[in-house]
Design a protein around this ligand. Structure first.
Ligand SMILES: Cc1cc2nc3c(=O)[nH]c(=O)nc-3n(C[C@H](O)[C@H](O)[C@H](O)COP(=O)(O)OP(=O)(O)OC[C@H]3O[C@@H](n4cnc5c(N)ncnc54)[C@H](O)[C@@H]3O)c2cc1C
Length: 737
């Protein structure tokens, strides 16, 4: 780092800025460095006097998940304190990098810092924010002028959302501007349908604004930042400084008032669309608000819903589970009949309500799947008919079914409408009464939407780190859409509503290493071996407390009962050496991650010569911990040494602990509702025109202290059941009023 600092100083003294920019300077600086060191120190002392106006200054810029800020405290000559903040950065990546980045600024006494690998966008943002704060401390104009770029086409690649491969792009620089961004290879479509919205929307917006601070596309943050990282690399290759491209993008500030709706639906995923359709079918005038740039939400990635006693042709000849049995098992599971009327609806009408959507809104399903926890319910849940020719890790694309249903529902009343990239922020009140929803569009426009009733359908609180910490005591790995950050639940609480079973463990069906390696630091086969080391059964497994863990007895539907939703598979050095020489044992053959494979495969019985590379990269990405003794491993795991020693049989050797982390599907607990999905207050009285459906109210069919009901498909069935009941009730309220 010193090198660049050297460069900066000489510039000040001698006025040769441009020379300093390029690599050539470094060579020069190198030589001049030795010469100028003594000279430099004195001139630094001399020149430093009065460089800053003592005080505290804060600069901001675009980061990975949102705005990052750097606050520096300076005396006349030195940055004495530096802090970096970024509440929306990914906790385990950008979030974890902030402290180190702040330390780098203090050490470098400048914004020209190395950054943290793997956190490119966060690092770019912190650099720009630091430079802004330093310029303020110097009383200088904040450097917004972008350095010159060399025209050309730059081939770059970056990680995005997908774990099956990177995003490659050709970025064209013409006349010093980013004139084109062509995606030459992408794997985002292999892990969902959200990525496409970023390719379609972010690229034109980035070219239009010529700024890396353009907002990520709602619901596609990771892909958006993958594209930004590509452009950031191209700017560097063209001789520019990406930090100078973190120019805030102007936002609109006008407010638009929309009124006259019977029903307003906040969140157009599975349950929101079901509610919208049911309300429209009742003749209501409906307005829908969707934060992401496409319809369907998380529901567009599911396999399908539980179904009992459907009359639809698709299920002809199906021997459905006995609803009386399912109903009783369910009541016994939650251990109370407080919500028996709701569970009765969820069981006895799961088929009828699904048929309603099949008949009226063309939803299509095929095949039947056995229940997870009750194999005797051999035909218990079904799967969506997917889009012809599409394929992603979560099954065929399904968004087209939601698009089709919404077009039909919109057509039921000319007043019906919805908006995408519109985020519901708060309820509008007239006195105590809910009168509508205030929402903000991606371009900054504020919408005040007035209607007689409001349905909350924003998919739970998986994306709200504070609530996640409050109810689960740890950060979570997730494959769910983190735009589902509890907005609906918070709006319900703001209206006096109460929560119900809020602390039910999150839904977890998938295991993988906690920090997926999405770039080429490992080959797909090496990634498969690392995953195999984490997911294999029949090896020593210990909990985060260092206690022995019997995975067989826990089973795949109870992963959420494991402390911290993760565990370690512990190997001795001797075992690792044996894998190197003779290969992995048979039991590794089945150690693959459902939905989160990375394209490679494990071949057992073949020497794993590159095992050290796999473990070293695993250690670098914090997926593997190493200890040359039980004491050392316990320290690395942060657990009790005695417990670990007992679990490992007290054998002293070198150990490797590979982490298996549960990836959540979403949260479960939410607002308290009655059988009409009317939000209830603590005293059980309804907030008359406020309703909650889907994950925002799924606590009513679950119970804290037990995993989310493990039958199979009932979370998604709940989107149809609660959507139907809530949509009809809201429409009845709206149209009768
Ligand atoms: C990978 C995966 C697979 C799954 N598979 C199954 C399965 O096979 N079967 C099953 O039963 N369950 C499954 N689930 C669980 C699934 O999440 C639920 O079943 C259900 O689909 C959730 O529906 P929802 O309407 O509550 O949430 P979503 O469908 O996510 O809808 C919430 C919507 O609200 C929007 N939103 C959020 N905040 C705001 C805001 N402030 N303003 C406006 N809009 C907002 C979101 O963008 C989203 O569109 C799966 C989950 C995941 C992650």
């Amino acid at each position: 780092m010193k090198k660049r600092l050297g460069c900066l100083i000489c510039a000040t003294a001698l006025g040769c800025v441009t020379a300093c920019g390029g690599s050539g300077t470094q060579v020069q600086t190198q030589e001049s460095k030795t010469e100028t060191s003594a000279e430099e120190t004195t001139s630094q002392e001399e020149t430093k006097a009065g460089v800053y106006t003592p005080g505290t200054y804060t600069g901001e810029a675009g980061g990975y998940g949102g705005t990052v800020s750097v606050t520096i405290t300076v005396d006349a000559t030195t940055i004495t304190e530096a802090a970096a903040e970024g509440g929306d950065e990914t906790p385990a990546i950008g979030g974890a990098a902030l402290e180190e980045l702040a330390q780098q600024i203090k050490e470098a006494q400048s914004g020209d810092i190395d950054g943290v690998s793997g956190a490119t966008i966060t690092s770019d943002g912190v650099r720009a924010a630091a430079k802004s704060a330093i310029a303020q401390a110097k009383g200088e104009e904040i450097q917004t002028a972008k350095g010159a770029l060399t025209d050309g086409v730059y081939s770059v690649k970056s990680t995005g959302y997908s774990w099956t491969g990177m995003i490659s792009a050709d970025v064209t620089v013409k006349d010093g501007r980013i004139s084109d961004i062509v995606i030459t290879e992408e794997h985002e479509s292999e892990t969902g349908e959200m990525g496409k919205t970023a390719f379609d929307l972010l690229i034109p917006r980035l070219i239009d604004s010529q700024s890396l601070a353009v907002d990520a596309i709602g619901g596609a943050t990771s892909t958006s930042n993958g594209i930004k990282a590509c452009v950031s690399q191209a700017i560097e290759m063209a001789g520019g400084d990406p930090a100078q491209w973190q120019v805030p993008v102007e936002k609109k500030s006008d407010t638009v008032r929309l009124e006259g709706y019977d029903v307003i639906v906040a969140g157009l995923g599975g349950s929101g669309i079901s509610a919208y359709c049911a309300a429209a079918m009742e003749g209501a005038k409906v307005f829908g608000i969707e934060r992401a740039a496409k319809l369907g939400g998380q529901s567009a990635t599911v396999t399908g819903p539980m179904v009992i006693d459907s009359k639809a042709p698709a299920f002809e000849g199906v021997e459905f589970a006995d609803p009386d049995e399912v109903y009783q098992v369910w009541l016994d599971y939650v251990g109370s009949d407080e919500k028996a009327d709701i569970i009765r609806e969820a069981v006895y009408n799961s088929g009828a309500y699904l048929d309603y959507y099949i008949d009226n809104f063309d939803f299509e399903f095929e095949g039947m799947i056995m229940s997870f926890a009750k194999p005797e319910w051999s035909q218990f849940w079904t799967s969506y008919v997917g889009e012809e020719g599409s394929r992603n890790q979560f099954g065929d694309n399904k968004t087209y079914q939601y698009d089709r249903a919404m077009e039909k529902a919109k057509g039921l009343n000319e007043a019906n409408d919805y908006m995408l990239e519109l985020t519901a922020r708060e309820l509008i009140f007239e006195g105590e009464r809910v009168a509508g929803v205030k929402a903000v569009s991606y371009d900054g426009t504020v919408y005040e939407i007035y209607g007689d009733s409001v349905i909350l359908a924003t998919g739970g609180y998986i994306g709200d780190e504070e609530l996640v910490q409050k109810y689960f005591g740890t950060s979570l790995n997730t494959v769910a859409a983190t735009v589902n950050d509890g907005a609906g639940i918070k709006m319900g609480l703001s209206a006096g509503g109460a929560v119900y079973q809020m602390g039910v463990d999150p839904m977890i069906h998938i295991l993988q290493v906690p920090n997926m390696i999405k770039n080429d630091d490992l080959t797909p086969d090496q990634k498969a071996i690392l995953t195999g080391l984490a997911l294999v059964s029949g090896e020593k497994t210990v909990s985060i407390e260092g206690k022995a863990l019997d995975l067989e007895s826990i089973g795949t539907t109870n992963i959420c009962s494991i402390p911290g939703y993760r565990y370690y598979v512990v190997y001795t050095q001797e075992q690792i050496d044996a894998y190197k020489e003779k290969g992995l044992t048979e039991n590794f053959g089945a150690a693959v991650s459902m939905f989160m494979g990375q394209g490679g495969e494990i071949v057992t019985g073949v020497p794993v010569e590159d095992m050290d590379t796999i473990l070293d990269v695993g250690i670098r990405y914090k997926n593997v911990l190493k200890g040359d003794s039980i004491k050392e491993l316990a320290a690395a795991m942060g657990c009790d040494e005695t417990a670990l020693s007992e679990a490992l049989g007290g054998e002293e050797t070198t150990y490797y602990a590979v982490i298996a982390a549960g990836y959540t599907y979403g949260t479960v607990g939410g607002l308290d509702v009655d059988v009409n999905m009317n939000v209830l207050r603590e005293d059980g009285s309804p907030v008359e025109n406020l309703f909650a459906v889907g994950t925002d109210s799924m606590g009513v069919e679950n119970v804290e202290g037990k995993p989310y009901t493990p039958w199979g498909g009932q979370a998604h069935s709940w989107t149809f059941v609660s959507g139907y009941l809530g949509g009809k009730a809201a429409a009845a309220y709206g149209t009768e009023k």
